[in-house]
Every structure is written in C-alpha cells, then in structure tokens.
Ligand binder design. Structure first.
Ligand SMILES: O=P(O)(O)O[C@H]1O[C@H](CO)[C@@H](O)[C@H]1O
Ligand SMILES: Nc1nc2[nH]cnc2c(=O)[nH]1
Length: 304
C-alpha cells in the first residue's frame, strides 16, 4: 500500500533528470512511443536509423527481469515518423512500485511524445476469441487499483496532470477506428476484435474460479500489465492505443486439461509479431491523420 512517506519514488525532478539525460544522448525526438509486450520486442525490428539505449545505462530507470522483455529503448523512424520502442516493460509482480512501472511513460511525455501504443500478451476470457487474435483494447478494469495499488495514489503533481482524471475515454476512439480501418485494409479483420482488458497483479495465472469471476465482471482478456501505463498516459494527456495479443485461452471449465505457461505465451507472441508489426507500421505512418490530442489534463508539455 502507498503511504504518504513512500508514495512517490519518481518525483518530477527525477523524471526531468532522466529526460534531460536521454535528450542529451539522442537526436531523435519521438512523437510516438510503443511499449512492447511479452515476446513482442520484435515489433522494433522495422525501425530505421536505430539508436539503442539499455535500461541499465539510463539514470533512475528500472531494469527488465522477465524473459521476453529485452530491456532497452529503441529510438528511430518508421516510415519517416520519429518513434521510441520500449523493448521490455515493467510489472508490479517484479517488485517494482507502480511509480517505477510507469516511470517511462512520463519520460516519454516530457520528451515530447504525443501518442503511446501499448501492446501486451493476454489470456482470452471471451469465448469467441481464438489464440492468435488481436484485441483492440476498448476499455479496461483496474483490479489492483480497486485495492489501492494505483500509480496515481499519493501526492498529485499538477505538472503531470489533474488529481481526478477521467478514465472513461482512456483509449482514443479515433485511434481505435483508425487501427480497425487499417486491419480491414490489410485483410486481418477475421482475427482482430475489440474488448475489455482486465489487469491482475500476477505473477500466477488465474484459478478457474477467478477466471469465471473476471468473465462475469465483463473482462474479455486478462493480463498483468498495461493498465498502470495507460492510466498514467491518460493522466498526462497522451493519446493511447492498446493492442492485446491473445496468447492463450483462459480456462473457465474444470474439465479442461490445458495448462498455460509463459513459454507458450512467448511462442504465440513471436508467431504473431509480424502481423502486429504490419498493423503498427501502417498505423504509425497514418496516425497524424487523427489530430485530436487528449491534452486536457497536463499543464506541462515538452519544456524540459
Ligand atoms: O503484459 P505483458 O508484459 O505482455 O506480459 C504478459 O505475459 C506474462 C505472462 O506470460 C505477464 O507478464 C503478462 O502480463
Ligand atoms: N493473468 C494472465 N496474464 C496473461 N498473460 C498472457 N496470458 C495470460 C493469462 O492467461 N493470464
């Protein structure tokens, strides 16, 4: 639980220091950030004029501890658009506070990023979903947040955003429409869905009773990430697109014998990364078509 004393390990000044360090080491000025989910680091393969910076070299940055999360920032361009890819994200179950988990999102904001694309691997709860489907995230359920594990708990720094941000439109409707149009053009509509992602803390996968409960609550897929990053992104006025790769079907039935494991998650992610990459490249090239920036909350913008 957060207390007043330990609630913020990543102050505005810490963020500023890290941002200045990065801006002094790269000429890239990304407008789009992509967070790569488990096994999805390959998404950065199509970046041109690459510059790679390892997390361990960046002041205040956490390091990746989970297989399938490489642990570096990849700066460069996709079809002329300046981007940064996070090859490796941080999770609550790694022992990081949610301030640390979401630290990179604030750094991106301070660097001048306007749009964040958050990807993940998740388990399908919706019975219509198949392994390998891609779910465009329409909304989320912040289950740890209900219990006080929330990245915005603690003193609110108005330079990032307001105390009580609205979350009913966390995932930009315009960006969702654009990505759905693109998937139709690419002929991917048969395996692209829209749905609600639920975050649990992990690290264990769900019991059957838990999975049934999440399904009844309206979750279409479940994972152990994304929601803190999206919450902080929305708080500071970034436009958000969320894409969830269904790597396994979550069992709702005591008679099912299949058992999920992380290796299988990584295997499916790698198999589907190319398709996701095609979607992302086209999306990034056309994202400027959607001009509406969610800047209502943040009073601080790229003036570090
Ligand atoms: O959400 P990402 O980072 O894609 O990873 C997902 O895959 C891992 C479990 O296999 C968990 O970390 C879960 O959250
Ligand atoms: N909690 C959870 N996270 C996942 N990440 C990938 N698959 C799953 C899953 O089935 N459950």
């Amino acid at each position: 639980m957060h207390t007043k004393e330990n609630s913020c390990c990543c102050s505005f000044e810490d963020c500023k220091l890290t941002t200045e360090w990065l801006l002094s080491r790269t000429r890239h000025r990304p407008k789009i950030a992509v967070v790569c989910g488990s096994g999805l680091g390959l998404l950065a393969d199509s970046v041109s004029n690459k510059q790679i910076i390892h997390y361990e070299d960046i002041p205040n940055f956490p390091v990746s501890t989970v297989p399938g999360h490489e642990g570096c920032l990849v700066f460069g361009q996709i079809k002329g658009e300046s981007c940064v890819f996070m090859q490796g994200r941080f999770h609550l179950y790694e022992g990081y506070s949610l301030c640390k988990v979401t630290f990179p999102v604030r750094i991106f904001k301070l660097m001048g990023v306007e749009t964040i694309i958050v990807t993940n691997a998740s388990g399908g709860l919706c019975q219509d979903f198949k392994v390998g489907d891609i779910m465009v995230i329409k909304d989320h359920i912040n289950l740890p947040g209900f219990a006080g594990q929330h990245p915005l708990c603690g003193p609110n720094d108005e330079r990032f955003g307001i105390r009580f941000p609205c979350m009913s439109d966390a995932y930009s409707k315009d960006l969702r429409k654009l990505v759905l149009d693109i998937t139709a053009e690419l002929g991917y509509s048969n395996f692209v869905r829209e749905g609600v992602y639920c975050m649990v803390s992990g690290p264990n996968f769900e019991t059957i009773a838990e999975a049934r409960m999440l399904h009844i609550l309206g979750s279409d897929s479940v994972g152990m990430s994304t929601v803190p990053e999206v919450t902080v992104a929305k708080h500071c006025g970034l436009r958000v697109l969320g894409l969830s790769l269904i790597t396994n079907k979550v069992s709702l039935d005591y008679s099912r014998e299949e058992k999920v494991n992380h290796e299988e998650v990584l295997h499916i992610s790698k198999m589907r990364a190319e398709m996701l990459q095609n979607m992302l490249m086209t999306f990034i090239a056309r994202s400027h078509q959607v001009e509406t920036i969610n800047n209502n909350n943040c009073i601080f913008s790229n003036t570090v």
